[in-house]
Design a protein around this ligand. Structure first.
Ligand SMILES: *[C@@H]1O[C@H](CO)[C@@H](O)[C@H](O)[C@H]1NC(C)=O
Ligand SMILES: *[C@@H]1O[C@H](CO)[C@@H](O)[C@H](O)[C@H]1NC(C)=O
Ligand SMILES: *[C@@H]1O[C@H](CO)[C@@H](O)[C@H](O)[C@H]1NC(C)=O
Ligand SMILES: *[C@@H]1O[C@H](CO)[C@@H](O)[C@H](O)[C@H]1NC(C)=O
Ligand SMILES: *[C@@H]1O[C@H](CO)[C@@H](O)[C@H](O)[C@H]1NC(C)=O
Ligand SMILES: *[C@@H]1O[C@H](CO)[C@@H](O)[C@H](O)[C@H]1NC(C)=O
Ligand SMILES: *[C@@H]1O[C@H](CO)[C@@H](O)[C@H](O)[C@H]1NC(C)=O
Ligand SMILES: *[C@@H]1O[C@H](CO)[C@@H](O)[C@H](O)[C@H]1NC(C)=O
Ligand SMILES: *[C@@H]1O[C@H](CO)[C@@H](O)[C@H](O)[C@H]1NC(C)=O
Ligand SMILES: *[C@@H]1O[C@H](CO)[C@@H](O)[C@H](O)[C@H]1NC(C)=O
Ligand SMILES: *[C@@H]1O[C@H](CO)[C@@H](O)[C@H](O)[C@H]1NC(C)=O
Ligand SMILES: *[C@@H]1O[C@H](CO)[C@@H](O)[C@H](O)[C@H]1NC(C)=O
Ligand SMILES: [Fe+2]
Length: 431
């Protein structure tokens, strides 16, 4: 998948990691851990239902093609199906365009969804602001978004990274912090609403989540990865069409996924798309007790591909905390040979866990001790990540802890591109 000058493939599987000794930094920042995050009540302002007959709600957009000239507009109506039409125009044009989409509903136990609409709007200009209107014929609502710049090797672009968000007061803080960042597209690393934590997986909590995230997701594309909290659902039922980014089943050894990835990776032309970013749900390099080693089955199969194809950075969620690895690999290990020590490897990606959105299950605070050498920085706090691609050689990554000011970077580093600038960008000394 290509966007701006970056490129990413998404995999949604379960995975994780391995042991070592004396690594990087364990933050001394201590968050107030006494209170578990609680979900915002159903009547919270964050879930407000837009007024008016059949008013579109849960409006969200995602990229409709690989380069950014199409956008899928999705929304839910509750009184009647209404229209699938989107009217849109660019800031500078005098002409309106229309596109038609499709509508469907689903049931889950005793829940019946609203009317879920998806409309792909096409032939968009690059780097252009568009306004769009949904709810034609009933109550209309207007939003806007800006398309990414045309793919180019040195084109700057800023991504946000959020995972395991849920819908607590902390989730709300994380989203507000993200909205105050300069992210133009959000990379979502799985586990969305946590509706399945409710009795009968109360799908009303998918609708509240859709209304909660609308204030960002209606204005910029969110690129989705599925997590384990999406597993027991049909992937479509949240009203989010995940199919563009996650076309694979996500449990098990999944030959399908392997075939897909081995077919996709060679297609990426790094002289055109300079950065290669992978999104997945469960991390491979994780030094928390939570989900420790869970990514091993996947890492063993896929890690050498990431190195071969010079993946720059891998973002994951799942573990409800923050962690960043050094560039390490452990691809000699095959379970029977006993070679099970991650080693410094400047051909390898940096692995970042951003499972810290703020869901009601709470933070993962138990860390393995001592901090393994693959782990450069770890902290049990909520927050979000920002990846600012500057040009073909440099990208700046930062992590914003949601307890601080909007622009405070609790962890940060310059990432050097593995294809164009494969120098050592370690932040701690590792053997
Ligand atoms: C949206 O439209 C674009 C342009 O026609 C097309 O390439 C893309 O496949 C469509 N996306 C989906 C998900 O249908
Ligand atoms: C639309 O364009 C006008 C100038 O033509 C500019 O002032 C305004 O900020 C633009 N709006 C957006 C949302 O880009
Ligand atoms: C385009 O559609 C919007 C919203 O329906 C409307 O306000 C505007 O007048 C239309 N512009 C043109 C040029 O038809
Ligand atoms: C669904 O079933 C549960 C459990 O019986 C009940 O608490 C809830 O009110 C029902 N919801 C609807 C919409 O009927
Ligand atoms: C709502 O919009 C649809 C689609 O345009 C239209 O067919 C329907 O008559 C409208 N409903 C009302 C009550 O106006
Ligand atoms: C995108 O457009 C803005 C003006 O709206 C311009 O300043 C910027 O350089 C453009 N970016 C690219 C990559 O073309
Ligand atoms: C959620 O955050 C928004 C934006 O900061 C704020 O307006 C709203 O009051 C918050 N809602 C709750 C329930 O915290
Ligand atoms: C966003 O970018 C502006 C302009 O470069 C900068 O002043 C501001 O601090 C940035 N915001 C954050 C949260 O980094
Ligand atoms: C969205 O999901 C539906 C239902 O699975 C599917 O038929 C449709 O092709 C998807 N649309 C897009 C735009 O991906
Ligand atoms: C594991 O790796 C060793 C070499 O390090 C090799 O001899 C052995 O066949 C491999 N086993 C499996 C199951 O791939
Ligand atoms: C952390 O680990 C310790 C020792 O295994 C255990 O007693 C404790 O319950 C764990 N705490 C949490 C919050 O999981
Ligand atoms: C790439 O970006 C980095 C960081 O902003 C900058 O130091 C470097 O000079 C840039 N490279 C080129 C060729 O402009
Ligand atoms: Fe998870």
């Amino acid at each position: 998948m290509k966007m701006g000058n970056s490129s990413f493939v998404a995999i949604a599987l379960l995975m994780s990691v391995v042991v070592l000794c004396n690594g990087g930094k364990t933050s001394s920042y201590v968050r107030n851990l006494l209170q578990k995050p609680v979900d915002m009540p159903l009547d919270s302002d964050a879930f407000a239902i837009p007024p008016g007959y059949n008013a579109p709600q849960q409006v969200h957009i995602t990229q409709g093609d690989h380069v950014g000239q199409a956008m899928i507009i999705s929304w839910v109506t509750v009184d009647e199906p209404g229209s699938n039409e989107v009217i849109y125009w660019s800031n500078s044009s005098l002409q309106n365009f229309t596109a038609e989409g499709e509508v469907f509903t689903y049931t889950y136990y005793n829940y019946t969804s609203g009317f879920i609409h998806h409309t792909n709007i096409t032939n968009l200009e690059f780097n252009t602001t568009y306004f769009y209107v949904v709810g034609i014929g009933n109550t209309t609502r207007q939003f806007w978004f800006t398309t990414p710049p045309e793919v180019g090797i040195d084109v700057p672009y800023t991504f946000g990274i959020i995972g395991d968000l849920g819908q607590t007061f902390d989730s709300n803080t994380t989203l507000t912090h993200y909205q105050n960042s300069n992210g133009s597209t959000l990379l979502y690393v799985g586990d969305l609403s946590y509706a399945d934590d409710y009795p009968y997986h109360d799908n009303v909590r998918w609708d509240t989540w859709g209304r909660f995230t609308e204030r960002s997701a209606a204005y910029q594309p969110w690129i989705w990865t599925a997590g384990n909290h999406e597993i027991d659902f049909d992937l479509q039922i949240s009203g989010i069409n995940l199919s563009t980014i996650c076309q694979t089943s996500f449990l098990g050894t999944s030959t399908l996924q392997y075939k897909w990835l081995t077919a996709e990776l060679p297609k990426i032309d790094r002289t055109e798309t300079s950065w290669l970013i992978v999104l997945m749900h469960a991390p491979w390099y994780n030094s928390y007790y939570s989900h420790y080693m869970e990514g091993e089955p996947m890492r063993v199969v896929f890690e050498s591909l990431f190195i071969k194809y010079k993946v720059d950075v891998v973002f994951a969620g799942h573990v409800h905390a923050y962690e960043r690895s050094e560039r390490v690999s452990n691809d000699k290990y095959n379970i029977t040979n006993g070679i099970c020590t991650p080693v410094k490897d400047i051909s390898a990606p940096v692995y970042i866990t951003n499972g810290d959105g703020g869901n009601q299950e709470g933070l993962s605070i138990n860390m393995t001790q001592p901090q393994p050498s693959y782990s450069a920085y770890r902290e049990a706090s909520f927050g979000h990540g920002t990846l600012e691609i500057k040009n073909r050689t440099h990208a700046h990554y930062s992590w914003n802890r949601n307890q601080d000011g909007y622009a405070v970077e609790a962890d940060k580093l310059w990432l050097f591109n593995r294809y164009w600038n494969p120098l050592d960008d370690s932040t701690t000394h590792i053997p």
